[in-house]
Design a protein around this ligand. Sequence first.
Ligand code: DAH
Length: 337
Amino acid sequence: MKEKIEGLRAEIESAMEVVETSRSLYELKLKFQAELKTVMSGMKDLPKEDRPTFGKIVNEFKQSMEEKFEARAVVVRQKEMEQKYASERIDITMPGKTREQGALHPITLVKNELIDIFAGMGFKVFEGPEIETDYYNFTALNTPKDHPARDMQDTFYLAENLLLRTQTSAGQIRVMEKETPPIKILSPGRVFRSDDDATHSPMFHQMEGLVVDKGITLCDLQGMLAEFARKMFTEATKVRLRPSYFPFTEPSVEVDLSCSECGGKGCRLCKGTGWIEVLGAGMVNRHVLENCGVDPDEYTGFAFGMGVERIAMLKYGINNIKTLFENDTRFLKQFEE
Ligand code: DAH
């Protein structure tokens, strides 16, 4: 029996010395416990009087081995930690990954600036839907089917009476139908037309303005536009109204601003004229007021609509509208504020 114990001690101790991981140490311990069990099961063959002495020897053996296992476990765990630290070591002097920060798109910048300017004159913002009915986009704006003015805008139809709005003017109707004058709204939004070249994009942004109240005249329109021009461009910017035609306004005007590039002397930007066309406007046609249940004998109003891309292009000297939609960050970075 004693030899068996000593044999087991020598075997386990030498195995313990080469064990390198907690896992194999644990497995070795299981093996030791199993073999110790076999040794102990031999006890029943011993003479009864020898059993206590032998039991004591086995217990001491068991205890001393457990201490050795514990001591070895400390060493092995230490080694394992060292290896883990070595493998997980990171070089904190390495340069980090930089993450580029976004900024507002020039269209958004101009849109926000326009809203700021007009909000300062008391306008509230109303946003209409991008999918409109034929009625709001055309008919109620005094542009019935077969009206020649419909040809001015190449419309994307979704169904017989549903379309992608071609103009934010559609919002005028929605506002006038719901509210009673005085009305003073600004309606920014995306519009869609089947049109595509250096200065036209099938999707672009417009900003609509509508004022309806008692005694509103063309002078009010001119005054507000003059204020807008000075704030958006320079103090010296002048406004010029030219007669034009829109079905929903009467009279209608085309609004020019004095060229910001040459100050009105004539240059390439203004094609030598000293003026740049920026928007359409006019006095709300009485048929439009009637269509919305507003009495044209009691109220008058003016409306205007401008292209946000056009304003951005003039303000920043951009000559191709496509650059605004390509999302090339080298281009967009120039407008970061
Ligand atoms: N909706 C017109 C267009 O897209 C622009 C416009 C002209 C709007 C005159 C108006 C206006 O409100 O009075 O070409």
